[in-house]
Design a protein around this ligand. Structure first.
Ligand SMILES: [Zn+2]
Length: 276
């Protein structure tokens, strides 16, 4: 869309592969996921989802998080209060006109709601597409402004990108983002401290599907990676990229595989997030 290599997830490879492999190897907290829903802290409120035709995957429940500093995703942080077999669908790097609508259509076809982490400069280019995502009932949050490797920037530059991302989100949605996902999951103390001060939630991941080149981006390969990783973890926050065309192409098959295996989709959103 904008030809800026910085927002393309190609360079996710090294960082994400490292982060996800660390998670798969059992970093702190990796084995303490599957916290029973009944033990959810007062910080979270669960609600049943709207009705959906019986042959669709559907959203089994909504998990509404407080707008506060917290950090979730067992690759780097604590698990969300999910039961075994529950999954959270998350999409990064959009909105992108060439690819995001296909993802929205696939989600709507299966009556499932997801959480989108948006790049600020994409929101500046297509704020209406960002609002369309929200209007379909999905949750939205920030994924930086230029999708930089924050660790390679000075603290001042890091904070500038964070602030620009927040401003781009606010211009599109009329409210500040409730949460942030680090580009490449590359956390820095500077931005973590800033997120604490701003009461924003950090959302890492539990597993991914490696949906970027040069990995095999065929539908069969992505479905296989998804199910292998889901079966290994038992569920959790799934990282995907709505900015990648093959991900949207594979999404109907991935959602069918999730349904066929009996996983349940949980929609994660935040209190006070406006739904357009
Ligand atoms: Zn990204």
């Amino acid at each position: 869309m904008n030809g800026n290599a910085a927002v393309r997830p190609v360079s996710c490879i090294a960082f994400l592969a490292l982060a996800l492999s660390l998670g798969a190897c059992g970093g702190p907290g990796a084995l303490v996921r599957a916290t029973p829903v009944a033990s959810a802290s007062p910080a979270q409120v669960s609600a049943p989802a709207a009705a959906c035709p019986a042959d669709r995957l559907g959203t089994s429940r909504t998990l509404t998080l407080k707008r506060e500093y917290a950090a979730y995703g067992t690759v780097q942080h604590a698990p969300l209060p999910l039961a075994k077999g529950e999954v959270v669908l998350t999409f990064d790097d959009g909105p992108r006109p060439e690819t995001t609508p296909r993802v929205l259509d696939a989600l709507a076809d299966q009556c499932v709601r997801a959480t989108f982490f948006m790049v600020g400069q994409n929101l500046v280019a297509t704020p209406e597409l960002g609002r369309m995502v929200a209007s379909r009932g999905h949750a939205t949050a920030s994924h930086s402004f230029r999708h930089p490797q924050l660790g390679q920037l000075t603290p001042e530059e890091q904070l500038k990108d964070l602030e620009q991302g927040i401003q781009a989100y606010a211009a599109a949605f009329g409210s500040t983002p409730p949460a942030y996902r680090f580009p490449f999951l590359g956390e820095t103390p500077t931005v973590l401290d800033a997120l604490k001060a701003k009461h924003m939630t950090v959302m890492s991941v539990d597993l991914g599907i490696d949906d970027w080149a040069p990995n095999d981006m065929s539908t069969d390969a992505m479905v296989r990676r998804l199910m292998d990783n889901l079966d290994a973890k038992g569920g959790g926050i799934i990282l995907m990229h709505d900015a990648n065309g093959p991900t949207g192409d594979a999404l109907p098959a991935m959602l069918k595989a999730i349904r066929d295996k009996g996983y349940k989709v949980v929609h994660v959103r935040w209190q006070d997030t406006s739904e357009y």
